[in-house]
Write a protein that binds this ligand. Structure first.
Ligand SMILES: *[C@@H]1O[C@H](CO)[C@@H](O)[C@H](O)[C@H]1NC(C)=O
Ligand SMILES: *[C@@H]1O[C@H](CO)[C@@H](O)[C@H](O)[C@H]1NC(C)=O
Ligand SMILES: *[C@@H]1O[C@H](CO)[C@@H](O)[C@H](O)[C@H]1NC(C)=O
Ligand SMILES: *[C@@H]1O[C@H](CO)[C@@H](O)[C@H](O)[C@H]1NC(C)=O
Ligand SMILES: *[C@@H]1O[C@H](CO)[C@@H](O)[C@H](O)[C@H]1NC(C)=O
Length: 531
């Protein structure tokens, strides 16, 4: 109950008037964890009472489509909780922080309700909390009173009350080649555990579906996973999106929703009593690459791909639509769209989510590693390219395993390339750390300086480290061998018949190191160069 109560407070604090005196805290995950920890310490005694009021506040909350779904699927407090919350249970600055971040929003090119996590990713707090909440309820589903949810607690089948069946429109999946797509039939309930189903519905499916539905009418694709830049990384306050026309399905939203689903799934599986949420989040975000392989923010996409089956998600999105049709009677677009059409939108939205987000590497944009500006005018590449040239950085020689050290390596390489080599910018197109992330160098669109004489024909991708006598981490190798190229092919940036070459095949150098080059020879797209 304790963890649950804390969440109610956090969600409920949305409506507290903002204290005037507090100086704003940096928008970092540690601030959120600090607030949760303080709530968990101070609110222990009165927690049950506080919960109820949070619920009341929440039900009075400005109702948008997704919040009606949240309220329907999980925002119902146990009926024995009745009293008022104590507004003084939190220091004013933490209270202000929670009020600031508890609602995700994208407005005028800026994103609100997001924080910077220790792994360098930006995370929307609202879908994260909603996922946690669903996970807490998922475990106790069997014990909740029968009116706990409008859907049956023990079946997880949101369709039972809606009385609809999933239309047979699964062509997109039966043709799909991605390993995590098409392995499950849409009606195979055994593959969609109760808790995961509800988790996805509240944290992700509704927003995913509605955004694609809206954009399908206007003709412009939602631009899944738009990144942004913080005003400063040391004490971030303002997050500006790189694409001001982005939909609300930003990278931070997708990260938060996925973290919510993964953490909620974890919570629903572990025995009671639950650990404090502050501990859980500290472990998930703080342990980095040394954390539990199945439970760490650095590898959320890999773990998400293992948790989420595309057909099950498509069905969830569609079920969310059908449910919203009954909840949102004033939503003209939902009311006027046939279920077959909604199923098509759900299938398409899910395909984009699994292929263009889960199936792609996590790439930190330049501003995240505090890149210096490009010097001069970059030359555009003629896409798609036919080559991927593999490098190691050699110096820095130790693999980087944290955001902080990888970002510092990027800055030092850029300084060296700009100030010593006199290049316009860091030479590589992309650089791969051992921290679970790819770092954008020149990126997909500009000619690099990595493979003399061949820079306009291929992307130059470097592993941070010296791989003369040892190999990069398996995750980093997998990124360059499989994930990055398949994602680039899908986006039309790389030709499907692309060739992989080591730097040394074209230029007199030992790069990418003997150990790495010997492994490269075994890769599917590796190509021998005839001299
Ligand atoms: C909190 O609720 C309990 C019953 O759940 C009640 O006994 C207690 O008096 C309440 N405390 C406050 C401060 O209202
Ligand atoms: C809900 O939010 C919108 C936009 O933020 C605002 O215009 C409207 O007045 C709000 N409604 C209520 C009931 O608070
Ligand atoms: C799937 O494959 C069939 C036959 O190969 C084709 O007719 C259909 O258009 C494909 N569907 C999609 C969505 O690609
Ligand atoms: C939905 O259909 C009704 C009746 O045909 C119409 O009045 C309304 O404008 C439509 N709404 C939208 C969003 O298309
Ligand atoms: C790179 O590794 C090789 C073999 O382990 C070693 O001999 C060499 O000194 C290393 N170079 C640097 C710069 O660390």
């Amino acid at each position: 109950m304790k963890a649950w109560g804390v969440l109610w407070i956090v969600l409920g604090l949305l409506l507290w008037p903002e204290p005037e005196t507090a100086s704003p805290l940096p928008l970092v995950m540690d601030s959120i964890i600090q607030a949760l920890a303080e709530l968990e310490q101070n609110v222990l005694v009165t927690e049950a009472n506080v919960t109820a009021s949070a619920r009341i506040l929440l039900s009075a909350k400005n109702s948008s489509a997704h919040s009606s779904l949240h309220q329907h699927l999980l925002l119902k407090a146990p009926s024995h909780i009745t009293a008022e919350p104590d507004p003084h249970s939190l220091r004013p600055e933490l209270q202000a922080l929670l009020a600031e971040v508890a609602q995700h929003d994208v407005r005028d090119g800026q994103e609100y309700g997001v924080v910077l996590a220790p792994d360098g990713s930006t995370v929307a707090v609202e879908p994260l909390l909603v996922g946690l909440e669903a996970g807490l309820q998922g475990h106790s589903a069997a014990n909740l009173p029968s009116d706990c949810l409008a859907i049956p607690c023990d079946t997880g089948d949101t369709l039972t009350n809606v009385g609809a069946t999933w239309p047979v429109l699964m062509d997109a999946f039966t043709n799909a080649s991605s390993p995590d797509v098409g392995t499950t039939l849409p009606n195979d309930k055994a593959k969609a555990p109760t808790t995961v189903g509800r988790l996805l519905a509240v944290a992700l499916a509704g927003d995913l579906g509605l955004t694609f539905l809206h954009r399908s009418q206007t003709g412009s694709p939602p631009g899944l996973g738009t990144e942004g830049c913080w005003d400063q990384l040391s004490a971030p306050r303002v997050f500006t999106l790189l694409d001001p026309t982005a939909s609300s399905l930003t990278m931070a939203f997708l990260n938060g929703a996925l973290d919510g689903a993964l953490l909620g799934d974890h919570l629903s599986r572990i025995p009671r009593p639950h650990p404090p949420l502050s501990h859980l989040l500290r472990e998930y975000y703080g342990a980095g690459v040394n954390g539990d392989p199945a439970f760490r923010s650095n590898f959320r996409r890999q773990n998400g791909a293992a948790l989420i089956s595309a057909p099950a998600l498509a069905q969830q999105v569609w079920e969310a639509f059908v449910l919203l049709q009954t909840l949102e009677t004033g939503h003209g677009q939902l009311q006027n769209t046939s279920q077959e059409r909604l199923a098509q939108v759900a299938t398409f939205a899910t395909k984009e989510f699994t292929e263009a987000f889960l199936g792609c590497p996590a790439i930190h944009p330049r501003c995240r590693w505090e890149a210096a500006p490009y010097r001069g005018h970059p030359t555009p590449l003629q896409l798609p390219l036919g080559f991927l040239y593999v490098h190691h950085t050699y110096v820095p020689a130790p693999p980087c395993t944290t955001f902080r050290s990888c970002a510092a390596d990027m800055r030092s390489m850029q300084r060296f390339h700009q100030d010593v080599r006199r290049w316009d910018d860091i030479g590589y197109s992309f650089v791969v750390g051992s921290d679970g992330y790819v770092y954008q160098g020149r990126g997909w669109h500009w000619v690099g300086a990595h493979t003399r004489g061949h820079n306009s024909r291929g992307f130059g991708v470097a592993f941070v480290g010296n791989y003369t006598g040892s190999l990069p981490s398996e995750a980093a190798l997998n990124t360059v061998r499989d994930v990055l190229p398949s994602c680039a092919i899908r986006a039309g940036l790389l030709r499907p018949d692309y060739k992989v070459l080591g730097h040394r095949q074209l230029v007199h150098t030992d790069c990418p190191g003997n150990a790495l080059f010997n492994l490269l020879r075994t890769w599917p797209h590796f190509t021998v160069v005839e001299n």
